[in-house]
Design a protein around this ligand. Structure first.
Ligand SMILES: *Cc1c(COP(=O)(O)O)cnc(C)c1O
Length: 399
C-alpha cells in the first residue's frame, strides 16, 4: 500500500518534471538585498544581482530593523509559546495593531502569522450563507481559499472588468443576498496591474456592498505615506489585509485592518488567529520600526519609481515584450514554461537571479520572468541587469 502510494506520488513528480514545470530553490547565504550570495554544491558562494524579491523599499537587511528585532528579543524573549488569547499577547503586539490601524486609516487591526492566514481567516466569521462574496478572477490564492472556507454565495468577475463586476453585483442583489462583499487585490501580483479601486468603490456604494482589499504588493510603497492602493485611489476600503513579508522588512506576518466591531469579532472567531501561535517579539518589534521608516520613506518611494521606469524603458529598448504598467513588478512575457526556464538559467549564468513563473501560478502559455524593482538597486545594478537580459534574450532566441 505504502509502495503504491509513493509510486503514485513519484509519477506525479515525473509529470511535473516532464512538462518543464519543476520549481527549484536556490540557497542564499547572505542577507537579502540588491546583491545576494548564492551557494551551490562544490562551489564557493557567488554574488548575484537579485531582481525577484518583494523587498520593495530595500528594508530586508536594514540595520535599524535588525536592531529593533534584537531589542524586542532582549526585552520580550524569543518565542511566545502560545496563541494570542491564552498568553501570547504582549504590549508590542497591541502597539503594532494600533500603529498599523492609525497609519492605514482604520479603527483597529489584528495580526496573523501571514497574510495567507489573514485572507484565510477574514471571510468565514464575517459572512454567512445569506450573504454573497464577489471576487476578481485574478485574486491571490489565499483570497480564493478564504472564500472557499466561508458559506456565502460565490460570484466571480473577469479581472478589472467593471461591467462584469456590476453584473455580478446585480446578480447577488437579485439573489437576495443580505450582505455583499467585493474582494480584490490592490495590485495583481503576477501582472503588476493596479485594481481600479475608484470604480470598484463607486460600484460597491451603488449596490450597498462592502469592499475588501488585499494590499500585499502596495502597502509601504504605493500611495501617500505608503498607505497603499486605497489611499492612491482616494477611497477607503472597509477591510484591508496585508503582509510584513514584502515591503515592510520582508520577514513574515499579516494583518486585517477595519472597523472596531469587525476586528473584535475576528479576535473571537477567526480560526487561524485562535488556533495558531502568536508572532514572535522580534518580528513584532521590527515591524513597528518598519512602519515608522516606511511612513517617512518618500525618498525610497521616489527611488523605487525611478528604478521601475528606468528598468521598464531599458527592457523595452532591448525589444522584450512586457505587460504595460508602472508598478515595480515588471513581467517579461515569454509564453512557454520551458522557454521561461531556460531564459532564467541563462540569466543565472550571467549572475542575475530571476524566477520563471508558469502554470499553476499563471495560466498555461503565459509563462514569464517576473522582475521586481526595489529602492536598494543602483543604476549600476540595473545596467548590469539589462546587459545580462540582452545577452540571455539572444541566447534563447527571443530577441
Ligand atoms: C504575498 C501575498 C499574500 C501572502 O502573504 P504572506 O504574508 O506571505 O502569507 C497574500 N496576498 C497577496 C496578494 C500576496 O501577494
Amino acid at each position: 500500500m505504502a509502495d503504491e502510494f509513493l509510486d503514485h506520488i513519484g509519477a506525479v513528480l515525473k509529470g511535473i518534471e516532464a512538462e518543464g514545470l519543476m520549481k527549484r530553490e536556490r540557497e542564499i547565504t547572505s542577507p537579502q538585498g540588491a546583491r545576494v550570495t548564492v551557494a551551490r554544491p562544490g562551489e564557493p558562494g557567488r554574488r548575484m544581482l537579485n531582481l525577484c524579491a518583494n523587498n520593495y523599499l530595500g528594508l530586508a537587511d536594514d540595520p535599524r530593523l535588525v536592531a529593533a528585532a534584537e531589542a524586542a528579543t532582549r526585552s520580550h524573549g524569543y518565542g511566545m509559546a502560545s496563541v494570542r488569547f491564552i498568553c501570547g499577547t504582549t504590549d508590542l503586539h497591541r502597539a503594532l495593531e494600533r500603529r498599523l490601524a492609525a497609519w492605514l486609516g482604520h479603527e483597529d487591526s489584528i495580526l496573523f502569522a501571514a497574510c495567507f492566514d489573514a485572507n484565510g481567516a477574514v471571510f468565514e466569521p464575517l459572512l454567512g450563507e445569506e450573504d454573497a462574496v464577489i471576487s476578481d478572477s485574478l485574486n491571490h490564492a489565499s483570497i480564493i481559499d478564504g472564500i472557499r472556507l466561508c458559506k456565502a454565495r460565490r460570484f466571480r468577475f473577469a479581472n478589472g472588468d467593471m461591467a462584469d463586476l456590476e453584473a455580478q453585483l446585480r446578480a447577488a442583489r437579485e439573489g437576495g443576498a443580505r450582505f455583499v462583499m467585493v474582494a480584490t487585490d490592490g495590485v495583481f501580483s503576477m501582472d503588476g496591474y493596479f485594481a481600479d479601486l475608484g470604480a470598484v468603490r463607486r460600484l460597491c456604494d451603488a449596490y450597498g456592498a462592502l469592499l475588501m482589499v488585499d494590499d500585499c504588493h502596495a502597502t509601504g510603497f504605493v500611495g501617500p505615506k505608503g498607505r497603499g492602493t486605497p489611499a492612491r485611489a482616494g477611497i477607503a476600503a472597509d477591510i484591508l489585509t496585508g503582509t510584513f513579508g514584502k515591503a515592510l522588512g520582508g520577514a513574515l506576518g499579516g494583518y486585517v485592518a477595519g472597523a472596531q466591531p469587525v476586528i473584535d469579532l475576528l479576535r473571537q472567531r477567526a480560526r487561524p488567529y485562535l488556533f495558531s501561535n502568536a508572532l514572535p517579539p522580534a518580528v513584532v518589534g521590527a515591524a513597528l520600526a518598519a512602519i515608522d521608516i516606511a511612513e517617512a520613506a518618500d525618498d525610497r518611494r521616489a527611488q523605487l519609481s525611478e528604478n521601475a521606469a528606468y528598468w521598464r524603458a531599458g527592457l523595452e529598448a532591448l525589444g522584450f515584450s512586457l505587460l504595460p504598467g508602472s508598478h515595480p513588478i515588471v513581467p517579461v512575457m515569454l509564453g512557454d514554461a520551458p522557454l521561461a526556464q531556460s531564459f532564467a538559467r541563462e540569466l543565472d549564468a550571467e549572475g542575475v537571479m530571476v524566477s520563471a513563473f508558469f502554470f499553476p501560478v499563471v495560466p498555461r502559455g503565459k509563462a514569464r520572468i517576473r522582475t521586481q524593482m526595489n529602492a536598494a538597486l543602483t543604476r549600476e545594478d540595473l545596467d548590469f541587469g539589462l546587459a545580462a537580459f540582452g545577452r540571455a534574450g539572444k541566447a534563447v532566441g527571443v530577441l
